[in-house]
Each structure stands twice: as structure tokens, then as C-alpha cells.
Design a protein around this ligand. Structure first.
Ligand SMILES: Cc1cc2nc3c(=O)[nH]c(=O)nc-3n(C[C@H](O)[C@H](O)[C@H](O)COP(=O)(O)O)c2cc1C
Length: 314
């Protein structure tokens, strides 16, 4: 497989800078190992709060692949005050922190020798993360699926803005799906991409086929942004339930989420909220992870070769 060498691949010891997004219950060994085996980086979630299961999943990763992988700490969901010790004890080398204050865990993680990237939705957040001492940033545009800053900013604006004011390696998230989007992210200053919705739809993703087919069938307008006027905002698949919730100024998320497991694994899309990004509108089929990654790498090279033909300015 063709490699793409950047500061991200060097730091993480991977072949291509394609990262699978952390996602509660979904980002477990079956999906993450497929991504790491294909040359990218799988990430194991902790946002489910099921740390015993997470521990078992990390052990499974070591059976399934000898390639690197990471773990995410989604701070808003942390119930166990010992989460940093938990992650360090698992022997992982790379952590992304998200949904919270970067000053909270960065020093402790860095002291333990881990590489730390923080997920940011704004320039201000990026500068704060740099002050906290992170090694890099995941810059997440508001078109992405999942929890969001209610004042959402699209990747097209956010990425070059953050890149202009920082010099650490950037992983672009939000709308990343193929070679052209990866090349666009690189043009805007990123050195890697993170895919959430694309990976939910992958063959190795553990979610029910109903959700995957809903992504395949979705138009680019088929997501909703909930809680725009209170916190946290979130982007999810448009269903009858979420179309109702979209009209509310403030959504009680505990109630809105309903039965996560009935939705994720039982396939009842009205049982809860299916976190999904706008890029669902660009996903046409359920594909194995290795195919997604190989095509992305090939499409990246094709895109930059095509752009190279415009040549130097005369
Ligand atoms: C189902 C789902 C669950 C997610 N859960 C998390 C999470 O636990 N932690 C986190 O940092 N981001 C989470 N996210 C956000 C993703 O990490 C990622 O940044 C986002 O999906 C990127 O946009 P995309 O959906 O356009 O690829 C989630 C996204 C989805 C779609």
C-alpha cells in the first residue's frame, strides 16, 4: 500500500494518516483493529463509561493486531475519577481528549509519556489546548456527527484558521470521507484526517444494518443540529424523533438519547438519537474498512496529481 508520510504518521507509527473516530460503544476492537490493520489508526472509546468492557476490548486489540491504536477520553462523559490511571495502565501510547477543558488531563497524560491530541471546535479552544501542552490537535468542523459546540464552524473555515495560528500537527475531522476531502484538508493545513460517520457505515462497524442503510440512503440535508441554544449541541441523523427535538430550544439529552442500545444494536432508529454527520449524504455503500482506506489513499494521490497540473503561477 502507498504510504502518506506526515508528522502524524511519524508520531503515531502508522502508514497512512487516517484515524477512526472514537464513538461510544462503536469504537471497539472489531472496528478499531480493522482500521489499524489497514494502516490507519483505530481508537477505542471510553465515552460509554463501560470501563470493564473497554479494558477487555483493549486486550482484544492486542490479539487482533500488533499495529498501534489509541484511546479517547471524552471528558464530559467521564464518571471514573481514575480515568487517566486507567488509560495509562492499559499501556496505550496515544490519547485524544475531547469534550472538555484541555488543562484537566494533559499534564498527567504527558507525564506518563503518552502522546496527547485535544479535539477543538474553535481557534480559542485550539490556543488553550496548546497552552496546556498538547502534542497536536483534532480540529473538528460543525458538519461532523456527535457532540458539538452550539456555535458550530465548518471545517472549511476552522481548519485554515487554526492552521494559520498554530504549528502543531492537525488531524481534520468533520466531513472527511475520501481522497478529495483528505486532499482538501491537507490544502487547508491538516496532516491527517479522522472519520466518524464513514466508519459507522463500514462493514466492520458493530452497529445494526438499519443505521448503516440510513446513512447510505441519507441526503446531505438529512442530519439535524440539536440544542443550538443551549449546551451541548449535537448533530444526528434526521428521523421523526430528532425532527421534533430540532424545534426545541433546549433538549433534555438524557431523555432524548432514549435507549442507545436499542438504536445502535437493535436497529430501532426512533429509539434514540443516531449521532451522524452531514457527510452521510456522500456515503453510497457499506464498505470494508480496508477498501475505504485504500481508496482514500489512492484518491488523495489522484487529487493532488490533478491539482499539480495547474502548475506554478507564471
Ligand atoms: C456515533 C458517533 C459517536 C461519537 N462519539 C464520540 C466520542 O465518544 N468522543 C469524541 O471525541 N467524538 C465522538 N464523536 C465525534 C467523532 O469523533 C468525529 O470527530 C466526527 O464524527 C467527525 O465527523 P464526521 O462524522 O463527519 O466524520 C462521535 C461521532 C459519531 C458519529
Amino acid at each position: 500500500m502507498a504510504r502518506i508520510s506526515t508528522r502524524i504518521t511519524d508520531l503515531l507509527g502508522i502508514d497512512v494518516p487516517i484515524i477512526q473516530a472514537p464513538m461510544g460503544w462503536i469504537a471497539r476492537s472489531q472496528l478499531a483493529a480493522a482500521v489499524s490493520e489497514a494502516g490507519g489508526l483505530g481508537i477505542i472509546e471510553t465515552s460509554s463509561g463501560e470501563l470493564d468492557n473497554v479494558k477487555a476490548e483493549i486486550a482484544k486489540m492486542r490479539d487482533l493486531t500488533d499495529k498501534p491504536f489509541g484511546v479517547n477520553i471524552a471528558q464530559a462523559f467521564v464518571r471514573d475519577p481514575g480515568i487517566v490511571d486507567f488509560v495509562v495502565d492499559q499501556g496505550v501510547r496515544f490519547v485524544t481528549t475531547s469534550a472538555g477543558d484541555p488543562t484537566k488531563y494533559t499534564a498527567q497524560l504527558k507525564d506518563a509519556g503518552l502522546t496527547v491530541f485535544h479535539v477543538v471546535p474553535t481557534l480559542q479552544g485550539a490556543l488553550k489546548a496548546l497552552d496546556a501542552g498538547v502534542d497536536g490537535l483534532v480540529v473538528e468542523g460543525g458538519e461532523g456527527g456527535g457532540f458539538k459546540n452550539p456555535r458550530d464552524v465548518a471545517s472549511m473555515v476552522l481548519l485554515p484558521l487554526v492552521a494559520q495560528h498554530t504549528d502543531v500537527p492537525i488531524i481534520a475531522a468533520g466531513g472527511m470521507v475520501d481522497g478529495p476531502t483528505m486532499a482538501a484538508a491537507f490544502a487547508l493545513g491538516a496532516e491527517g484526517v479522522q472519520m466518524g460517520t464513514r466508519m459507522v457505515s463500514a462493514a466492520e462497524s458493530p452497529v445494526h444494518d438499519n443505521w448503516k442503510q440510513a446513512i447510505v440512503g441519507a441526503a446531505e440535508t438529512d442530519t439535524v443540529f440539536l440544542n443550538r441554544h443551549s449546551r451541548p449541541g449535537l448533530r444526528a441523523l434526521r428521523t421523526e424523533r430528532t425532527t421534533e427535538l430540532e424545534r426545541q430550544d433546549s433538549v433534555d439529552l438524557g431523555e432524548a438519547f432514549g435507549s442507545v442500545l436499542d438504536l445502535y444494536f437493535g436497529g430501532d432508529l426512533e429509539a434514540g438519537v443516531a449521532l451522524t454527520g452531514q457527510v452521510a449524504g456522500r456515503i453510497d455503500a457499506v464498505r470494508p474498512v480496508a477498501e475505504i482506506i485504500d481508496e482514500c489513499v489512492a484518491g488523495f494521490h489522484e487529487t493532488i496529481a490533478r491539482l499539480g497540473r495547474y502548475g506554478a503561477a507564471t
